[in-house]
Design a protein around this ligand. Structure first.
Ligand code: ZN
Length: 302
């Protein structure tokens, strides 16, 4: 099945639901970055959350960046999701593997670390982006981002994230975000109801592994609460907007001396996009053109 996102409302519009299947895009991230099992789970959960978070924004250019900076061996985990259904991301140390935790599960909490910060940036495409920071709670990603939503965005939320990865790659990944909307948030019974419905669930992976579709999962949880599933289905995919041109632009930052040195010693330059691992090459002629354009734009410092 292709990766997809669906939206729904329940409880007379008081609860907003978003669900996403992200199996293929998490598998693509795993392949591109050669991620370990635990790194696949950490990045897959974070990318899925990014897509769920951005889905409530309105302007077409909207994007959400989620960065987890914990004290675990994975280092920084970063996802960049856009309202058009594309996402990219990376993990600082993609090959780190850890023994399973006490429950026999991938130990994402230890890999990310329990001390550190969650940074979320919501960018609507103009003006100053809205950014906010909270502390990590368990490093399991879902708990940390639920805490972020409750404290920083003051929206009572339930976030379930799951990535199932085995020797054959990612076989199931996805997530679900249920939020009590501000106009209904004062209704504590609604918040309690949401908590009770989700209290029995141990994550999103078991739901995915039942083979049920997203609408069926929503129906199981909220079918008796005036559930309205919106007809649009949004397709999701891994995509990085990097390009040869952008890479040339970023080489400018290195400065004249370093570029001249690259021409002399390597006869060109090679740069790898950290988000998607695409390798770009620039030959000597291209590097010379960059140097010339720098001199034109900055003649007074000759
Ligand atoms: Zn890229």
């Amino acid at each position: 099945m292709t990766d997809r996102l669906i939206r729904a409302t329940a409880a007379d519009g008081g609860i907003r639901c978003v669900g996403a299947i992200t199996t293929n895009l998490v598998e693509e991230a795993r392949g591109r970055h050669d991620l370990s099992y635990v790194a696949t789970a950490a990045l897959g959960r974070t990318m899925t959350a990014g897509l769920l978070f951005v889905s409530s924004m309105k302007r077409a250019e909207s994007r959400v960046n989620i960065r987890l900076n914990g004290d675990g061996p994975l280092g920084q985990v970063l996802a960049d999701a856009r309202l058009d259904g594309t996402v990219r991301g990376y993990v600082a140390n993609p090959h780190v593997e850890l023994p399973p935790n006490a429950k026999g599960k991938l130990d994402v909490g230890a890999a990310v670390g329990r001390n550190g910060y969650v940074y979320v940036v919501r960018d609507v495409g103009y003006g100053y982006p809205y950014s906010s920071t909270t502390q990590l709670i368990t490093g399991e990603v879902g708990d940390d981002l639920t805490h972020y939503l409750a404290t920083s965005e003051q929206t009572p939320s339930a976030l379930l994230l799951g990535v199932f990865v085995g020797s054959e790659g990612v076989t199931a990944a996805g997530g679900m975000l249920l939020q009590v909307l501000p106009k209904a948030a004062r209704d504590e019974s609604l918040v309690e109801l949401l908590e009770s419905r989700l209290g029995g669930l141990t994550g999103f992976t078991p739901l995915l592994q039942t083979g049920k579709s997203l609408p069926a999962i929503f129906n199981d949880l909220l079918g008796d609460l005036d559930l309205k599933i919106l007809p649009e289905v949004q397709m999701l995919r891994f995509h990085c907007p990097c390009s040869h041109e952008r890479m040339l632009g970023s080489l400018k930052m290195l400065g004249r001396e370093e570029l001249l040195d690259m021409i002399e010693t390597d006869g060109g330059a090679e740069a790898t996009c950290e988000f998607c691992r695409t390798v770009y090459h620039a030959d000597s002629e291209e590097l010379m053109r960059i140097i010339e354009s720098m001199e034109e734009g900055d003649g007074s410092n000759g």
